[in-house]
Design a protein around this ligand. Structure first.
Ligand code: ADP
Length: 189
């Protein structure tokens, strides 16, 4: 059973590559962003709390995310593998994930780090905003999300590098071309 961390800044293509991985490998998929948007749509307590952070381009507090993730992870006992998409987003979340997987006798297999430069991210996210209906895909919030990424999320790369789990992938090019690089890393593990 492989545990993949699909990582990269907002707009780097995590969602797109996740879909391809699901199709080819049949892995379970946990996107904390999708779970939070579902909670928001259902107007749950968690959804209402999350909305304030998301619309400011900030991270939802670690304790809420870690609880949410633990519940979601329990639903995937039978999968061949799991893709974590948009999680961990802080070093504290990476440590919590390590503990959760250790309790299952497992560990992260590889972190797939999609690398895309900032101007390209802004272009992609603005374009997505034309159709996504996401309240955080506007220029002001995009810039805050990128700042949040740089200050709080990018350090997670060092965590996995020290664990010997980091695989950098150039996230620019055709979707199929990038997916080929993703598959190479998955198959090598
Ligand atoms: P993006 O396209 O920005 O990567 P996501 O759909 O993964 O978007 O997440 C949208 C928002 O949900 C983030 O900007 C953040 O506020 C919140 N969020 C998602 N995952 C996490 C997480 N693991 N920890 C904290 N906040 C999160």
């Amino acid at each position: 059973m492989k545990y993949l961390v699909l990582f990269g800044p907002p707009g780097s293509g995590k969602g797109t590559q996740s879909e391809n991985i699901i199709k080819k490998y049949g892995y379970g998929h946990i996107s904390t962003g999708d779970v939070l948007r579902a909670e928001m749509a259902n107007k749950t307590e968690l959804g209402k709390t999350a909305k304030d952070y998301i619309e400011k381009g900030q991270l939802v507090p670690d304790s809420l995310i870690i609880d949410m993730l633990a519940k979601t992870l329990d639903g995937f006992k039978e999968a061949n593998g799991i893709i974590f998409d948009g999680f961990p987003r802080t070093t504290a979340q990476a440590v919590a994930l390590k503990e959760m997987l250790k309790a299952r006798g497992a560990d992260v297999t590889v972190m797939l780090n999609l690398i895309v430069e900032e101007q390209e991210l802004i272009t992609r996210l603005l374009k997505r905003g034309e159709t996504s209906g996401r309240s955080d895909d506007n220029l002001e919030t995009i810039q805050k999300r990128l700042d949040t990424y740089n200050s709080q999320t990018a350090p997670v790369i060092d965590f996995y590098e020290k664990e010997g789990k980091l695989a950098n992938i150039k996230g620019v090019g055709t979707i199929d071309g990038i997916f080929a690089l993703v598959c190479k890393e998955i198959d090598a593990k």
